[in-house]
Design a protein around this ligand. Sequence first.
Ligand SMILES: Cc1ncc(C[n+]2csc(CCOP(=O)(O)OP(=O)(O)O)c2C)c(N)n1
Ligand SMILES: [Mg+2]
Length: 350
Amino acid sequence: MERETMHRLLRDMLLARVFEERAAEEYTKRNIAGFLHLYPGEEAVAAGVLNAASPADYIVSTYREHAHALVRGVPPGKVMAELFGRADGMSGGMGGSMHMFDRERRFMGGYAIVGESCPIGVGIAYSIAMRALPEAVICFFGDGAVNQGAFHEALNMAGLWHLPILFVCENNHYAIGTEVHRHSAVPELYKRVAAYNIPAEKIDGMDVLKVYDATRHALARIRRGGGPQFIECETYRYRGHSMADPDSYRPAVELKAYQAHDPLSAAIRNLEFRYPSPEELAAAGPDGISRLAQHMVDAGHVHEAEVEALKNDVQKIVDDAVQFAAASPPPTMDAAWRALNCNRHQEVLI
Ligand SMILES: Cc1ncc(C[n+]2csc(CCOP(=O)(O)OP(=O)(O)O)c2C)c(N)n1
Ligand SMILES: [Mg+2]
């Protein structure tokens, strides 16, 4: 793998982690209201999958979508402003955490209904197939979504019509407080896809290099006309389901065990519980760097000083994002009215 790609993967994972921990802090300061589902622990999935995608591909996501938007290239200030409910947010401050959308980057939204991304992704894939374009859809959803009727209807149509869509199951082991073996009759979720004639595999979703490679191969096959594919990324979320979740259903030792295989570094792991100062971040020694950073240092792709510089850069980017969000005004009533009426007189009757 090229040095630039690894560097981008590391940077994107760091940015996602620091951004989400800062979002948690801003939530406790009441700068963010409503639901807030955070992504720490799962960064290798967003970074690996979306770095393997092309700008022409479409992304459909869930309510845990901030990191997907960041990796896709949405300016962090616009993501944070949406969390703050401000006019400069990516949905004009009217969507909030679960409803981020960026047409320009083909980021076709986060969706709050479990499994909702699947039929929407299939609709977009169908329109690509009708026009025979070399594009694909990347459709994210959680382990809980595989029990939804909409999931099975969508996969059936994708398999039947050979649609250009990559289904990415972010199996973080829990649907709110229900562990996967207590919600799925077949706990190896990728096996449930066999019914739809869609090639499916399970990969280590804590290893960003594996996620990146698997996605690249899957997308290449889809673009060659190979039809849909399914990747189950086994991952883990360190925080509760949302900021409202007391997280009392899982043993602390389980969390610790997963954190020992953190895709980022021990130094960054500390961010979950307390937001460190730039000085503390800078003081994190080389033994605190990540699996990926260690791999890159060993392979001579990056110097330790560069990793430190990267951490500081990311910290500054997130500070700036918060400042941008705080300075942005709330949306106006006029903007809300225009959003409400955006499809007036364009209804299609069938
Ligand atoms: C159709 C539907 N049923 C129930 C809910 C309530 N709900 C919100 S999140 C969630 C759990 C989903 O878990 P999973 O798909 O594994 O995603 P994760 O939160 O772990 O990323 C549930 C049941 C919902 N939003 N939509
Ligand atoms: Mg889950």
